[in-house]
Design a protein around this ligand. Structure first.
Ligand code: KG4
Ligand code: ZN
Length: 342
């Protein structure tokens, strides 16, 4: 396969990711996570994440280049996450990328983390169709995006009005006394539970809510409902059936995400749906989406779970698309933007 040889650097949260791609082909990607250092706080501590990026950057970069068997001098460009994300964490990645670009005289591209979560699917399933819809579900974002051109034109058509789906997973895990991050732990616990045991609320799905928020999401009410359910069980001295609560919660999240994503595809006249972001690794979301989209004649593109969570390959993949589209490099004087819109 041919295409530009791009190095991608990702440091928006607690993962130091470095990836190398040639066009749409993944050559290598390495991730160093500081998640273990955040566990006892029940969430990411920005300053700890920044310090960890600083320590992990060089070894992760070396490992990725070695695994790809690529020298810095061979690169056609370097891509780095410019935002959104934690300011102090982004700055470490951007600083590293600028130094590399300056020393090697390679073009540097500051790219959007959210678009990267969508672009990464190219590495698993080839070029994106001319028009597609993306369901982006991560720890910080939950949105439906119309993707007309991954490098140039992405239009949000709906988003969460309160918590992100991943955030709800993390908070519900805490309520159930499970570890951080909650997504993978709840996914595992749910495997042994009954998803129909408890009927938890599906946010913004009533006919009235749908009038104003057809493609928007809300997970804060669901999170509160789970917390209340657990609290009542404890007050009444009943043992909390963790697997059933996890499975029922997971079902509520997957139900809303898949129903709204399929509805949005129909409304937009789009027949290809891409999922991305950490929650896209969720087993129930993946299976229910395949089922419902399949029944509606919509093709689903699901990147492998290891590429759904934050990584450098997604940034390299997006960088390769930006280069292929002929967009100009960012230069060495751009900053980090913690609230960068898609
Ligand atoms: O995309 P990501 O790695 O980082 C952000 O950009 O936010 O997403 C992290 C989120 C966390 O909230 C984590 O709990 C969730 O993705 N997550 C999952 C699974 N794996 C990670 N949620 C549900 N099921 C999973 N298997
Ligand atoms: Zn992410």
């Amino acid at each position: 396969m041919s295409g530009p040889l791009i190095l991608g650097i990702e440091t928006s949260c607690d993962e130091t990711g470095v990836g190398v791609v040639r066009g749409g082909e993944l050559l290598a990607h390495e991730v160093a996570s500081s998640v273990d250092e955040h566990v006892r706080f029940g969430g990411v501590v920005p300053e700890i994440a920044s310090r960890a990026h600083l320590l992990a950057m060089q070894p992760t970069l070396r490992r990725a280049l070695a695994a790809a068997d690529v020298d810095l001098g061979e690169l056609d460009g370097i891509a780095v996450t410019a935002g959104p994300g934690l300011m102090g964490a982004l700055v470490v990645g951007i600083g590293a990328a600028k130094s590399l670009a300056y020393a090697t005289n390679k073009p540097l591209y500051g790219v959007n983390h959210l678009a990267g979560h969508v672009a990464v699917d190219i590495l698993d399933h080839g070029p994106l169709p001319e028009r597609s819809l993306a369901l982006l579900v991560s720890g910080g974002h939950t949105s439906l995006l119309r993707v007309d051109d991954i490098a140039r034109s992405i239009t949000p058509i709906g988003a969460t009005i309160d918590d992100a789906a991943g955030e709800a997973y993390d908070k519900v895990a805490r309520v159930l006394g499970l570890a951080y991050p909650g997504g993978p732990v709840i996914d595992k616990a749910a495997a042994g539970g009954d998803p129909r045991a408890i009927r938890f609320p599906r946010g913004l799905t009533s006919p009235r809510d749908r009038e104003r928020h057809r493609f928007d999401f809300s997970f804060s009410g669901l999170k509160t409902a789970v917390a209340r359910w657990v609290e009542i069980a404890e007050v009444e001295g009943r043992e909390v059936p963790v697997a059933n609560v996890a499975a029922s919660f997971q079902e509520a999240v997957a139900d809303v995400l898949t129903a709204k994503a399929v509805d949005a595809c129909r409304a937009e006249g789009v027949t290809d749906l891409v999922i991305g972001g950490g929650v896209a690794a969720n087993s129930r979301l993946r299976s229910l989406l395949a089922e419902r989209a399949g029944a509606a004649g919509i093709g689903v593109r699901r990147p492998r779970p290891g590429l759904c969570t934050d990584n450098g390959a997604m940034i390299a993949a997006l960088g390769a698309e930006v280069v292929a589209a002929g967009l100009p490099p960012s230069g060495l004087e751009f900053g980090a933007d913690s609230g960068l819109p898609v």
